[in-house]
Design a protein around this ligand. Structure first.
Ligand code: GLV
Ligand code: MN
Ligand code: MN
Length: 395
């Protein structure tokens, strides 16, 4: 499975993955999922939001144990973030079969669409829509960098954007959701444990900062006459780092768009996206407010305008303790750790008992082609996931 998926959406230039929602690479990932489902005799369905499901047993029986993750990527992402959870889910079903396990509850593998939000800016679009945490009208109007709406992109990919929306009937069938994911830090790296269990997800969000100034000639405009939004933006980036470091939080400007983008012209507009995360919501709010205040002050000093729009927010997620503790015990006392990364599991946690397994990452690097996990650890992850599914569904 890993070898088949490996070339899909991979840039020959960087070695990174560019699997964005509703693109041809995404369609290839989806075709792969459907083929894996049918090859195993699982019943396959796509829900109203384009999430893919593969069922062992009768979905209508309810109280299903669901596992899976996502197949899309960040720009130049690694091979593991997302796909490891989907491939491991199919492999864990194969393992259960090899063990001769008889499952009393239905078991499903899921691929949630557009988890990273790389194209339309909003993460976990598929699971948010399903859980009723994103209004379908707002989702349809999301735009990519070329101005293409999500509705149009879905349509071009052969899906019906008018069908999207909350799916309480489908969620009601899910008794538990367990997402396996590559670890995105080094908490397990120096331990003897290839697999850990998630305790919580830090609250996090995305904010767009629009700085508007005046385009002018780089060679003839006196310093005193400039209204350069780049300067206000640059000061804001530095303020974000300072505020986050002082608060024990994280703040990152990882995406910026400059208009008109000429080397010999002062910019008319700089648009930067802040990603910020913290151990608790109060700290997060304090950091973001301080960054906004810094942006306003620097904008005033440079004679430019600034507007800030919150594009998304995910509150703190504390995974269900009974499920988490049962899984950690089943895995022989696996370490329990929090993460700053967002996941579909974090969205579903508001509706169903949810847990996550993390597979050790020797470098801790993620959202980069350098993301890694050894084959032995990936196989340990499959074994652990099979143990968990067997414990939950098969006795
Ligand atoms: C998703 O990986 C995120 O944490 O942004
Ligand atoms: Mn990710
Ligand atoms: Mn992920």
């Amino acid at each position: 499975m890993w070898r088949e998926l490996a070339p899909v959406g991979r840039s020959a230039e960087t070695g990174g993955y560019r699997r964005y929602a509703w693109t041809p690479a995404d369609a290839d990932c989806r075709a792969w999922f459907q083929a894996e489902a049918t090859a195993r005799g699982l019943s396959y369905e796509t829900d109203r939001n384009g999430n893919q499901w593969a069922w062992l047993g009768d979905p209508a029986a309810g109280d299903a144990v669901v596992t899976g993750s996502h197949l899309d990527s960040v720009p130049d992402g690694g091979a593991f973030d997302g796909p490891l959870g989907v491939v491991s889910a199919f492999a864990a079903l194969d393992e259960l079969k090899a063990r001769g396990a008889r499952c009393a509850r239905p078991v499903a593998v899921v691929n949630f669409g557009d988890e990273e939000g790389a194209r339309f800016g909003l993460a976990c679009t598929g699971s948010r829509l399903t859980a009723g945490q994103l209004a379908p009208e707002a989702a349809r109007e999301l735009r990519d960098a070329d101005g293409v709406t999500l509705a149009r992109a879905m349509e071009r990919a052969g899906y019906d954007p008018e069908a999207i929306g909350p799916d309480p009937e489908r969620l009601a069938r899910v008794g538990a959701f367990v997402e396996l994911h590559v670890e995105q830090g080094r908490a397990l790296a120096d331990t003897p444990h290839p697999v850990g269990v998630a305790s919580a997800i830090w609250p996090h969000g995305r904010w767009r900062f629009d700085f508007g100034g005046e385009a002018n000639h780089a060679g003839t405009t006196r310093i005193a006459d400039r209204r350069d939004p780049m300067l206000a933006y640059a000061h804001t980036v530095l303020a974000a780092r300072e505020q986050a470091a002082a608060a024990g939080a994280l703040a990152t400007f990882g995406k910026v768009a400059v208009d008109p983008g000429g080397v010999n012209a002062i910019a008319s507009r700089v648009r930067g996206w802040l990603d910020s995360r913290a151990p608790d919501e109060e700290t997060l709010a304090r950091v973001v407010t301080a960054v906004e205040r810094a942006a306003t002050g620097h904008a005033r000093a440079e004679g430019v305008d600034v507007g800030v729009v919150r594009e998304s927010f995910t509150p703190v997620v504390e995974f269900a303790h009974p499920l988490r503790d049962r899984i950690a015990a089943r895995l022989g006392g696996a370490p329990v750790l929090p993460t700053g990364a967002g996941h579909d599991a974090g969205i579903l946690a508001a509706a169903v008992p949810t847990a996550m397994l993390f597979v050790r990452n020797p470098t801790g690097v993620s959202h980069s082609p350098a993301e890694q996990a050894t084959e032995d650890d990936c196989l340990a992850g499959v074994g652990a996931l099979a143990d968990v599914l067997e414990d939950l569904a098969c006795r």
